[in-house]
Write a protein that binds this ligand. Structure first.
Ligand code: ATP
Length: 255
């Protein structure tokens, strides 16, 4: 059984090299992004998530929505294990594939093939299935001779092809996806979207961040609406999308 438990999760990003005295106005920060804080030694922090808690179990498809800077990517990174909590905890059970930052988890000094083998094993592939898995990755990514070149020689779109092919070749128990990465080459994105339809059906838990309410509505059965790093709403999809659209969850905003 796959599960995700997020408990009191707070993430502060330190911003070095900026003095608190140079942050001119707190008014400008009222509606967008995390809260800007400073500690005793005048170091600036952006509190991008503040005391976020929720649990997901098999069958849950969570749509993470919110305006620019609300904390969506930060939450997805923390669930994926890329970002340690400043306070609180994140516990996941089950194999997890993460498609947030294109290329995350790839070793630039290894070839596409070597990365494909390593990541497939991390995702739970059995050794006896590896040959077939690599054949599938080669066919899907369509990287030609570049598959045997180091990843540092890839273009951004080629890295996306490899990351996507590797992360989706086996159905993971948990898929964490920022839909924003699926942009670019129309031929590949078309193939990627077809494959996502299969993954959306077969994966135990999906955490999907998107600015497309149409996609959230079609894939998800729960919505987490973030507002400046805090949970503004957690519950059914229709209500969450309605709140997001009319912006009534933003304090001081007249709908
Ligand atoms: N590396 C960083 N250093 C400092 N602050 C950061 C860093 N990354 C993100 N932030 C801040 O954390 C907050 C949340 O950012 P995050 O990227 O999670 O938002 P988001 O909801 O994904 O936004 P968008 O829809 O614009 O992609 C923002 O205020 C942002 O300025």
């Amino acid at each position: 059984m796959a599960s995700i438990d997020v408990n009191g999760l707070t993430i502060d990003y330190p911003v070095y090299g900026v003095s608190a005295r140079n942050i001119r106005s707190t008014v400008a920060n009222l509606f967008l992004g995390g809260t800007i804080l400073k500690n005793k030694s005048d170091t600036i922090f952006v509190e991008s998530l503040a005391n976020v808690s929720f649990s997901l179990k098999s069958g849950d498809r969570l749509g993470v929505i919110g305006e620019n800077g609300a904390g969506k990517t930060t939450l997805l990174r923390a669930i994926s294990g890329f970002l340690p909590p400043s306070r609180g905890s994140v516990t996941t059970k089950g194999s997890l594939a993460s498609l947030i930052n294109v290329g995350a988890g790839l070793d630039p000094d290894r070839t596409g093939r070597e990365n494909a083998v390593i990541m497939s094993l991390i995702l739970g592939a059995r050794k006896k299935d590896l040959d077939a898995i690599i054949v599938d990755i080669i066919a899907f990514a369509e990287l030609g001779a570049f598959f045997d070149m180091p990843v540092r020689a890839y273009s951004a779109g080629m890295i996306l092809r490899l990351s996507f092919a590797v992360s989706t070749v086996i159905d993971p128990n948990i898929l964490v996806l920022d839909e924003g990465i699926l942009a670019g080459d129309q031929h590949f994105i078309g193939k990627a979207r077809d494959r996502m339809d299969r993954i959306y059906r077969n994966t135990d838990i999906i955490v999907l961040s998107s600015h497309s309410m149409e996609l959230i509505d079609s894939v998800c059965n729960k919505v987490l609406l973030l507002n400046r790093g805090k949970v503004a709403f957690l519950g059914d999809v229709k209500t969450g999308i309605q709140l997001y659209n009319d912006r009534s969850y933003i304090s001081g905003h007249a709908a």
